[in-house]
Design a protein around this ligand. Structure first.
Ligand code: NAD
Ligand code: UGA
Length: 435
């Protein structure tokens, strides 16, 4: 199959690289000439474990290339994937579809042969039908079918998620679209991955419902964590006991500083808006959004309490600022709430993060950047574990305590046992458990 992938961001690059690894010929297109020039000399715009090697291998094999020239990329393509961003629209929280519709118009103008136009971006119900309308209006001669193929990969684990998904969802209305999509995903169906064929609207809903459900699960355990602190329960024991029930499941029950990232925050907001527009309120999702904001603010108060009621003049080491480990992505990270509150309250903030500095330097003004946890903790009054990078999971607590002014830790990912912290001389707080 020959496929054009429009958008060379997290999803476009990972999908393009993985599909080329299946043996398809993929051309990734992006409007950013800088991104494409970098990719053409092997420089990736993002960090994702394993991606660089997969790209290098498939470029060398002649299955993967990068261009800004949409028409050239689409020449002879059996399928054209739209994987451009759908950020929150300023003001109302709805998904901003400007990039999707611009891509649809560009595709329509460049379309010559028959092709399936497939949206991979996360888009509200009705968008795929509108993409079809725009293409038919812009190019009445166009011979095309529409498909919706939402993506469920996680950053930091994206290649494994794409190569071994729980399921692939394909929304389509014609046999031709279903046939082309079946050919594209044949390497996965041969490995018994279920390919679920649905209508366009169902495929669009599945993606929002899945993300909102996962965000709800995290927020539920975060709320339970707050109650655990009041009643003397340990949220790790509670989550373990709940998660062993197969109907609940143990994944996404880790209490923490609130969910962040490029998708849960924006997709929950978009789903809430879709509900409002259709007079079918998403009351649970709206509550999840509000509670998640409160969870992030609660973390600030935890750190303030640990420091005796004020940030002023205190030196705080923050370990991890990306929204999760194994990514350089800072979009809607809890650090964007916590760190400015520390700085604004008069603390001197020293940050260590394996990859966060590139974006963080601009997003978190007024902090200093350090190579590792021990360096960041020099002379500190408290250490805050905000992202559970491996580098922060097995620190030598005695050594860490020895470089600090007063050993104190806010372990907002519950990485360390209260006993091990106590043994190393730390005063500490976690999330949802007594220290
Ligand atoms: P991103 O911002 O990293 O990348 C989008 C890319 O599209 C950018 O490089 C941009 O320059 C390019 N672009 C915009 N308009 C274009 C056009 N007309 N032609 C060519 N290129 C264009 O975004 P992302 O994180 O990859 O997300 C893309 C979509 O996938 C979103 O809808 C998102 O919700 C969804 N999604 C993301 C993830 C994730 O983990 N990031 C996972 C599942 C789904
Ligand atoms: C999430 C979904 O997991 C993917 O299935 C989906 O494709 C993607 O959004 C998307 O639509 O973009 P991602 O945001 O990359 O993936 O990362 P997650 O691992 O889901 O983590 C999201 C946030 O939740 C992080 O801030 C993480 O720290 C937090 N989280 C996750 C918890 O606090 N507790 C958990 O148990 C799990």
């Amino acid at each position: 199959m020959k496929i054009a992938m429009i958008g060379a961001g997290y999803v476009g690059l990972v999908s393009g690289a993985c599909l080329s690894d299946f043996g398809h010929d993929i051309v990734c297109v992006d409007t950013s000439a800088e991104k494409i020039a970098g990719l053409n000399v092997g420089r990736l715009p993002i960090y994702e474990p394993g991606l660089e090697a997969l790209i290098t291998q498939n470029v060398a094999a002649g299955h993967l290339s990068f261009t800004t020239d949409l028409a050239a990329a689409m020449d002879g393509a059996d399928a054209i994937f739209i994987a451009v961003g759908t950020p929150s629209r300023r003001g109302d929280g709805h998904a901003d579809l400007t990039y999707v519709y611009a891509a649809a118009r560009d595709i329509a103008r460049a379309l010559t042969g028959p092709a399936v136009i497939c949206t991979k971006s996360t888009v509200p119900v009705g968008t795929n039908r509108e993409v079809g309308r725009i293409i038919a209006e812009t190019n009445p001669q166009a011979d095309f079918d529409i498909a919706s193929n939402p993506e469920f990969l996680r950053e930091g684990a994206a290649i494994g998620d794409f190569m071994r998904p729980d399921r692939v969802v394909v929304g389509a209305e014609s046999d031709r679209a279903r046939r082309v999509m079946a050919d594209i995903y044949r390497p996965l169906s041969l490995r018994d991955t279920p390919i679920l064929y649905t209508g366009l609207e169902s495929a669009e809903m599945i993606k929002y419902a899945a993300n909102a459900f996962l965000a709800t699960k995290i927020t539920f355990i975060n709320e339970i964590a707050a109650l655990c602190e009041k009643v003397g329960a340990d949220v790790k024991e509670v989550a373990n006991g709940m998660g062993r029930d197969g109907r609940i499941g143990s994944k996404f029950l880790h209490a923490g500083p609130g969910y962040g990232g490029s998708c849960f925050p924006k997709d929950t907001r978009a789903l809430a808006r879709i509900g409002q527009e259709h007079s079918s309120p998403m009351a649970i999702t709206e509550t999840v959004i509000a509670v998640n904001e409160a969870v992030k603010r609660r973390m600030v108060e935890k750190i303030r309490d640990l420091l005796g009621g004020s940030f002023n003049g205190r030196r705080v080491a923050v370990l991890g600022v990306t929204f999760k480990p194994e990514t350089d992505d800072m979009r809607e990270a809890p650090s964007l709430t916590v760190v400015p509150a520390l700085v604004g309250g008069g603390a001197e903030v020293r940050v260590a993060d394996p990859l966060g500095r590139r974006e963080g330097a601009e997003l978190l003004p007024g902090v200093s950047w350090h190579d590792d946890a021990y360096d960041a903790a020099q002379g500190a009054d408290a250490v805050v574990v905000l992202t559970e990078w491996n580098a922060f999971r097995a620190l030598d607590l005695t050594q860490l305590a020895s470089v600090m002014r007063t050993p104190a830790m806010a372990d907002l990912r519950n990485v360390y046992s209260p006993d091990s912290l106590k043994a190393a001389g730390f005063r500490s707080v976690g999330v949802g458990r007594f220290h």
